[in-house]
Ligand binder design. Sequence first.
Ligand code: ATR
Length: 275
Amino acid sequence: MQNAGMAALGLNWRYLAFDVRPEDLRWAIEGARRMHFIGLNLTVPHKILALEWMDHLDASARAWGAVNTIRFEGRAPGGDWRPLRDFQEPPAEVRSHGFNTDAEAITRAIREDLGLEVAGLRVLLLGAGGAGRTAALKLAADGVKQLFLVNRTESKAVELAAEIHQRHPETGVCVGYPPGAVDLVINATSLGLGPADPPPVDASRFDLSSAGAVFDMIYRPAETPLLKAARAGGCRAVNGLGMLLYQGVKALELWTGLPAPVEVMRRALHESIYG
Ligand code: ATR
């Protein structure tokens, strides 16, 4: 999607994937900086580790405690830092600027793909790992009314509930299944990736037909058993492709300073994942 987006913007840039061991992350970022890369994306397990190696952190990276996008910036003659795209010649001084575009992508996908604004909603969130934590904090920051947190390892849900209570005391948060209906169910567990996985919702504790909408962060397979069951019960349900798309859209906008060609990127992403 990034190469398609860059081509549509008329840029002769290339987006490449590199396998980097966690212990080499610092040197990989340093190498990219010295080679005047425009930027980087990072994925698991580098997003948290990278916090330590950034010269500068955007508020988004500080808020979510993780970096998924780096923009390299040069010092302009006036002293301010500008994206490398703005320089004809590589500048003498370059810094790394860490951002997080994941959290915003979650609510953008819910808004654009499900047609829901999260403010005021009652939400059942399954999973309290990295993705679950980011989703919970973002939903609370955006004014969700009531969050129900369910996780296999309950202590992680309890810890997350305490963090939300402290950072967003106006959000109601409890651990466990809701007693009644919710507006939205979000799956942030890895259950559904494997063909033999059990559903992430315990059907004896929660009836999926009492959910207004379902968002599954998994995008491969395109339809998880959770999505299938939700649709069979007549509820609106989308997978995580939009979330993957929108975090990339925002990253491209940070690197280029231009509006990203969202539909071009969506088509390229769809094709590369589903063929
Ligand atoms: P990510 O960064 O994608 O969130 P993660 O931090 O490893 O990855 O989190 C994976 C999530 O899936 C966790 O909520 C995890 O539950 P635990 O905290 O109990 O590990 C959940 N998960 C993974 N495998 C699971 C399984 N077999 N049954 C239930 N939950 C599972």
